[in-house]
Design a binder for this molecule. Structure first.
Ligand code: AQP
Length: 326
């Protein structure tokens, strides 16, 4: 069997350029190289407060955004996590071998419990075990993610190894792989990562050209470079985006201006905004078309769940047998 990749995205809000450059662009490249599974992880999304009445719409939008951005349903298996019940079944089996201390160390849990102080639930704590089940159900070895998810992939590896040692060799060692821009910071607060759940932090793939311009022009920078000092987080973030969306000559020109202490951030932002508008235009157009074909999208998801379930069922059968439950 060739290598498999697995990755997921939460339907917690609009898919943004951080998700796009940090993860989706890699998925689009890698789908040609490996057997690929991409999942809209709705069971993960319910671990923070949400409105059930628009969950289905957010799931649908996330699928549309990913296909519009280049995921090809003819090559990759695209499906919804809750359509494959083995994800939660394997989570329970893994819960019984995962020490609580491993989960207590997870940075995302610490950050999210701070962000949603009033509603820290068991699901949020157990989130990384569900993620391990997502990956290992398909025995994926390659997991393309943004930097924030690396710790969870390492935990997945620990769970796989512990299972193998305890019950016999079953799972491969999954490995996280990062793209060139693995951590895009929030435009309104460049000390925190760009996040769907932080309003003002992101440009989404569905934003209009004017919304993109407004968000980029409002991005936090600094009053000017400190001679010989490090770039401020906001400026470094804009340069990172420039490298993703603008040609190398443009990046070089602004880098030279910065080095000479002659940079005007408003000029940089204007150029970046226009290059971003142009780069995202084909995605926006593909998105509009897909929105007119909801039945096609639903058919992709039906086929995806069917293919995923075939594999997931077999893994759970094997795991239960090894654990003395089969
Ligand atoms: N700011 C980011 N820069 C680079 N990559 C990012 N990713 C997320 N934010 C950035 C990567 O995108 C993939 C899908 O992310 P997710 O939907 O599973 O959840 P997340 O990491 O928790 O992303 P968000 O946008 O911050 O969502 P909320 O606000 O709901 O928590 C992952 O591979 C992730 O690394």
């Amino acid at each position: 069997m060739g290598k498999r990749i697995f990755s997921g995205i939460q339907p917690t809000g609009a898919v943004h350029i951080g998700n796009y450059v940090g993860a989706i662009k890699q998925w689009v490249d890698l789908q040609h190289k490996y057997e690929s599974f991409f999942c809209i992880v709705d069971y993960h999304a319910i671990t923070i407060p949400y409105d059930p009445s628009d969950m289905q719409q957010r799931i649908f939008d996330a699928v549309v955004d990913n296909i519009a951005a280049g995921l090809d349903p003819e090559i990759a298996t695209i499906f919804i996590q809750s359509h494959v019940p083995e994800h939660t079944e394997l989570t329970w089996l893994f819960n019984s071998i995962t020490p609580m201390g491993w989960l207590g160390r997870m940075t995302q849990f610490k950050e999210k419990s701070e962000q949603f102080k009033e509603s820290v639930n068991v699901g949020l704590y157990d989130y990384p075990v569900l993620q391990a089940a997502d990956i290992l159900l398909y025995k994926a070895q390659v997991v393309p993610v943004g930097e924030d998810q690396v710790q969870h992939v390492e935990l997945t590896r620990d769970i796989a190894r512990k299972f193998n040692v305890t019950f016999g060799d079953t799972f491969p060692d999954p490995e996280a792989i990062l793209g060139a821009a693995p951590r895009i910071m929030g435009l309104n607060d460049p000390t925190r990562k760009m996040s769907k759940s932080i309003p003002g932090s992101y440009v989404s793939l569905s934003d209009s050209p004017d919304e993109i311009r407004q968000s980029v022009m409002r991005a936090v920078t600094d009053v000017g470079p400190t001679p010989g000092g490090e770039m401020s987080p906001g400026t470094a973030n804009l340069f990172m985006l420039l490298r993703e969306f603008s040609p190398p000559e443009t990046v070089q020109r602004f880098q030279d201006d910065y080095d000479r202490g002659a940079i005007r951030y408003s000029d940089l932002k204007k150029v970046l905004a226009e290059d971003m508008v142009a780069a995202l235009a084909p995605i926006r157009e593909a998105r509009e078309k897909l929105l007119q074909q909801p039945e096609t999208v639903r058919e992709v998801l039906r086929r995806g769940a069917e293919k995923a379930r075939g594999i997931a069922r077999e893994t759970v059968r094997e795991v239960k047998e090894r654990m003395g439950l089969g």
